[in-house]
Design a protein around this ligand. Structure first.
Ligand SMILES: [Fe+2]
Length: 238
């Protein structure tokens, strides 16, 4: 299971427009990704939004990131944002899954979403804005109209996003200059972890990034473990 979070903030005057786009986006996911979980939240009385997503595997995550509706959604949101969308992978520290499942059953009978959030131990101040399960039956979501701007992966111009699975303080940056150079390179990802791993990217990896394809590699072993490292292309609007 891969868990991720997308966070951003839109201008106050754009909250209504953003909310409509989120409903459309989540309805598209409900139709096209039956095995993914996707919940969008709005911080009460603000333009701050967070999407929590779970995918069964990397292939499902990649299909989501490369889907036309995802690019269309981000293309709409970027111009509305005061803080641009940031996509990060999450590691579960603790969970109350039994309580969540119990509350999910209760939700269909009427308890408030705030109750769900508090007991589930997510973020108590966040108000559930939209949940996949509650909108999956909406068959009439608008998918028409003009396409608007599109956000596309663009490693050479927008840069890269590095996600380190089971991270505990490691850090790695792949610059646009590295991608443009295309030469094999080894990265020290120690960060604040206190132990060393290296991550080696080959010329083939850089060629994939230059073609805006995601790259997944395994770090060297350090302190008795390795990390799966995913390098994705940040988005630019076209
Ligand atoms: Fe480590």
């Amino acid at each position: 299971m891969i868990s991720t979070m997308l966070v951003y903030e839109v201008r106050n005057e754009s909250i209504g427009e953003a909310s409509a786009s989120i409903r459309e986006f989540v309805a598209e996911i409900a139709r096209a990704e039956p095995v993914s979980e996707h919940t969008a939240y709005q911080l009460e009385h603000s333009g701050q939004f967070a999407h929590f997503m779970s995918f069964p595997d990397r292939a499902a995550e990649r299909r989501h990131l490369e889907a036309g509706y995802t690019k269309k959604f981000l293309g709409k949101m970027y111009p509305l944002c005061v803080i641009q969308p940031v996509y990060n992978e999450l590691t579960i520290t603790a969970e109350t899954r039994t309580q969540v499942q119990t509350l999910q059953q209760k939700l269909s009978k009427g308890p408030t979403r705030n109750e769900f959030l508090k007991v589930a131990g997510l973020v108590a101040t966040w108000t559930a804005f939209w949940q996949l399960g509650s909108c999956a039956d909406e068959k009439e979501a608008d998918s028409g109209g003009p396409p608007g701007p599109m956000a596309n992966p663009d490693c050479l111009n927008a840069g890269t996003i590095v996600s380190i699975a089971a991270n505990h303080g490691h850090a790695m940056t792949v610059s646009t200059a590295d991608v443009a150079a295309g030469s094999p390179k080894s990265y020290n990802i120690t960060g604040t972890s206190g132990h060393l791993h290296t991550v080696s990217l080959s010329s083939t990896h850089f060629a994939s990034l230059a073609a805006n394809q995601q790259v997944i590699v395994t770090s060297s072993s350090g302190n008795g473990h390795t990390h799966t490292v995913t390098v994705s292309c940040a988005l630019s609007i076209s």
